[in-house]
Design a protein around this ligand. Structure first.
Ligand code: SF4
Ligand code: SF4
Length: 438
């Protein structure tokens, strides 16, 4: 085990709202929307057109690019449209709109199979064909992560079960109820890296998940998988912090986990790998935590990808009070929702509705140079200064001061007494620099 990272914050956890709520299946209404880009990398091209009949698990969009992941229908029905639709980020993205026939007729490709004896390339191909991406929210195509440069020896495959964002409990529930499948998914990944050990990191505020995963690792892990408790401190689940805590290795600035011999996957991603390889099931559903003080009855819901977020809120009794802020994901790194009429996508781990009192944000005031953002930054940046550079459009200075190393964790904004929009300006600065380089 390595050491603790510097900085970070400990916001109120609010996990009690849903940590004992087993996932309830929510069947969707008449219309589902499947954006052709639900991942980092090249968008897919639709493979279907208006009027086509589609089945559950049928591939409806794909790309020839390596860094991409196909999209599958989660219901059977008829393609109603292929058109621009709003996604949780607020952008308009080309989407396949499917009218749900309520029959849930499966595509014949979804059938049980035995992955033993598959070659590493066949395993990677099956993961790609199932559209598996980082299910913790990053949405990076998993087959790409599992194809590090040949000169990088992988010593550790790390499963991220930290779930350090407040409110979210979907990974906790998954580990407690289907931990055996998560471990089986990890074993399939370990088959790609014969030298590597499997490490599962779980924050110590999830004792039941720690116990369940520890038992599954002992009984199924063939001596290659260990489970470790992690200090409960945000952002413990960020890749760099997790690697440091579990191995003591530091990912260099601008580097990747593979540079220090690690591959990091979310626990849900490992589950999806199991489902793809053993059942031929692509990513068509996920658990979403619906919580926040403005939600009538917070729950964990098992929902089909493409379901409108409005239906999730309705299934939780609607709003108990006026929400001040709606978020897809967690309160620290999630995306502010401007509408409920957007679909659940692969990376949607949570839907939060927070009232004035529960929201972490407020009106922005002048910086008082208190230095709290500097103390909280887990990667050692000077957020107040970077913020000033972005506001002055001094992007070269932003880059020279290391702004590109920001992991967008939100700690600086959380602690800032002046409610400066620090994280947003880090994102803006990074995007501007990246687009200039392109
Ligand atoms: S500057 Fe970036 S990495 Fe540092 S606390 Fe803010 S969001 Fe997190
Ligand atoms: S925490 Fe806010 S007020 Fe304090 S130095 Fe940072 S930006 Fe300025």
């Amino acid at each position: 085990m390595g050491s603790f990272f510097k900085g970070g914050v400990h916001p109120p956890e609010r996990k009690e709202l849903t940590e004992d709520k087993s996932p309830e299946r929510l069947e969707p209404g008449p219309e589902l929307v499947f954006p052709v880009s639900q991942h980092l990398g090249a968008p897919c091209k639709p493979l279907v057109k208006k009027g086509d009949r589609v089945l559950v698990g049928q591939r409806i969009a794909d790309s020839e690019a390596f860094v991409s992941a196909p999209i599958h229908s989660s219901v059977s029905g008829t393609v109603k449209d292929v058109a621009l639709r709003q996604v949780p980020s607020g952008e308009l993205v080309l989407s396949v709109v499917v009218e749900n026939d309520g029959l849930y007729e499966p595509d014949p490709s979804m059938r049980p199979r035995d992955p033993r004896g598959l070659s590493p390339d066949e395993i990677r191909r099956a993961i790609r064909e199932a559209g598996v991406v980082g299910m913790g929210g990053a949405c990076f195509p998993t087959h790409v992560k599992l194809t590090p440069p040949p000169d990088k020896r992988i010593d550790f495959v790390i499963l991220n079960g930290a779930e350090c964002e407040p409110y979210l409990t979907c990974d906790d529930l998954l580990m407690r109820t289907e931990g055996d499948k998560v471990i089986e998914g990890l074993k399939l990944v370990l088959a790609l890296f014969p030298q590597a050990s499997g490490l599962v990191g779980i924050e110590e505020n999830k004792p039941r998940a720690l116990r369940a995963m520890g038992e599954w690792a002992s009984s199924l892990g063939e001596g290659r998988i260990s489970v470790f408790p992690l200090r409960t401190r945000y952002p413990q689940g960020a890749e760099k912090m997790l690697i440091y805590a579990l191995t003591g290795r530091e990912v260099p600035a601008g580097g990747l986990p593979a540079d220090v011999g690690c591959v990091v996957l979310n626990v849900r991603t490992a589950y999806q790998i199991w489902d793809a390889l053993f059942n031929g099931r692509p990513v068509i559903e996920r658990i979403v935590t619906v919580a926040g003080d403005a939600v009538g009855e917070p729950k964990n819901l098992l929902v089909r990808i493409g379901t409108p977020i409005r239906e999730l809120v309705e299934a939780c009794g609607g709003f108990a009070r006026e929400p001040r802020k709606l978020i897809a994901g967690g309160p620290m790194m999630g995306i502010a929702l401007s509408s409920l009429d957007v679909p659940v996508v692969k990376g949607t781990s949570g839907v939060l509705a927070l009232s004035e009192g529960a929201a972490f944000w407020g009106e922005q005031e002048e910086c008082i140079r208190c230095g709290r953002c500097v103390e909280a930054c887990p990667v050692g940046l000077l957020p107040y200064e970077l913020n000033a550079y972005v506001l002055a459009r001094r992007y070269d200075d932003f880059g020279a001061l290391g702004g590109v190393n920001c992991i967008e964790c939100g700690c600086c904004s959380y602690v800032c007494p002046a409610k400066r929009h620090l994280t947003q300006s880090m994102r803006d600065g990074k995007r501007t620099l990246a687009s200039r380089r392109r």
